[in-house]
Design a protein around this ligand. Structure first.
Ligand SMILES: [Zn+2]
Length: 334
């Protein structure tokens, strides 16, 4: 039963949109064949992330084989650099965010052993690239050799290393205490100690604590209160007070709530209806807001949000890893 259907609703209103599963599958599969279009080149810096978003969305839509497996593996391996990390596309510098996507794609395709066979140094080389980005003093992580610090990188490191079973390469306790320093009095977390709370950073901090097995450090009522206040009148979620809603925040906020068992603190059926209004029912894909241009990033995160809500026809997602639950169950044996 769909979360947005039910008695007492007027038919043919926008909120009664159905999830257009086949259209979304076609939209994602076509992304790979649009190499002659400007959009493709404008997004080259996001290419490896794009494969992860598209592949995960296809899993949630029940089409795990929607992308050609060998091509995807070959593309991932072609993005690896000598230092073990991965760039956005072949020839691009390695960065932790692309390295995490590379690991997530290989794990999803059950192809981590390809790193040993054809990668530059096997999975330990990937792990040592990531571990080398940890600041030994503070426990935080840089994104690359240029040194920018962000709790996104710390979460990404924990995500990829735990999937590779290499979390012992880093100082988990120090990283955990760094995350605690990013907690604010409103219950949320910022990009660094003292920075304003933001739902995206909340997700990364809560996710890192979940992987470290330290969710006990969170004041769940206080954080759940801040997160549930992100729901606006039309049912959508924003990232900070006074901001507009955005489909991708159904994930950042929703997954954070799910990890602390407070997802029921937002109105799920209103949220699902707001997400369905962001889909393009003709061409497929989701946008950040109704009527805007669709993209694979928002398509992935809107579907992930619907998955958290157990929306009919959408497969189960792991709120910690943002991967299909069937995959993390197998890899992490949880
Ligand atoms: Zn967004």
């Amino acid at each position: 039963m769909s979360l947005v259907s039910g008695p007492g609703r007027a038919p043919n209103t926008l909120s009664d949109q159905k999830l257009c599963i086949e259209k979304h599958v076609e939209y994602i599969k076509k992304l790979d064949s649009r190499k002659d279009e400007l959009e493709y080149w404008l997004t080259e810096h996001l290419r490896l992330n794009g494969v992860y978003w598209g592949l995960t969305a296809l899993h949630l839509l029940g089409h795990p084989d929607g992308l050609p497996r060998e091509d995807a593996i070959n593309f991932v391996l072609s993005c690896q650099r000598d230092n073990g990390g991965f760039g956005a596309a072949p020839g691009h510098d390695a960065h932790i965010l692309y390295t995490v996507s590379a690991v997530q794609i290989l794990v999803t395709l059950d192809a981590v052993d390809e790193l040993e066979k054809r990668g530059l140094g096997g999975k330990r080389k990937v792990g040592s690239f990531i571990a080398g980005l940890q600041d030994k003093e503070t426990g935080s992580f840089m994104g690359d050799e240029w040194g920018e610090l962000d709790t996104r990188f710390l979460y990404g490191a924990f995500n990829a290393l735990s999937l590779l079973n290499l979390l012992d390469l880093v100082d988990v306790d120090k990283a955990v205490s760094y995350v605690q320093q990013c907690e604010n009095l409103d219950g949320g977390y910022g990009v660094s100690p003292g920075a304003e709370s933001h739902a995206g950073q909340v997700f990364t901090c809560v996710g890192a604590l979940a992987i470290a097995g330290r969710l006990d450090l969170i004041d769940k009522d206080r954080l759940g209160g801040w997160l549930s206040e992100r729901q606006v009148d039309n049912g959508g979620l924003n990232g900070r007070p006074e901001k507009l809603e955005d489909a991708c925040y159904s994930w950042w906020v929703g997954a954070s709530l799910a990890m602390i068992d407070k997802l029921h603190w937002v109105d799920g059926s209103k949220l699902a209806a707001s997400l369905l209004r962001c889909q393009d029912p003709e061409a497929g894909g989701f946008a950040d807001r109704p009527g805007h241009a669709v993209d694979v990033f928002h398509t992935h995160f809107a579907l992930a949000g619907l998955s958290l809500l157990k929306y009919e026809g959408v497969g189960e997602i792991d709120p910690v890893y943002c991967l299909p639950r069937s995959i993390t169950k197998k890899v992490l044996s949880t």
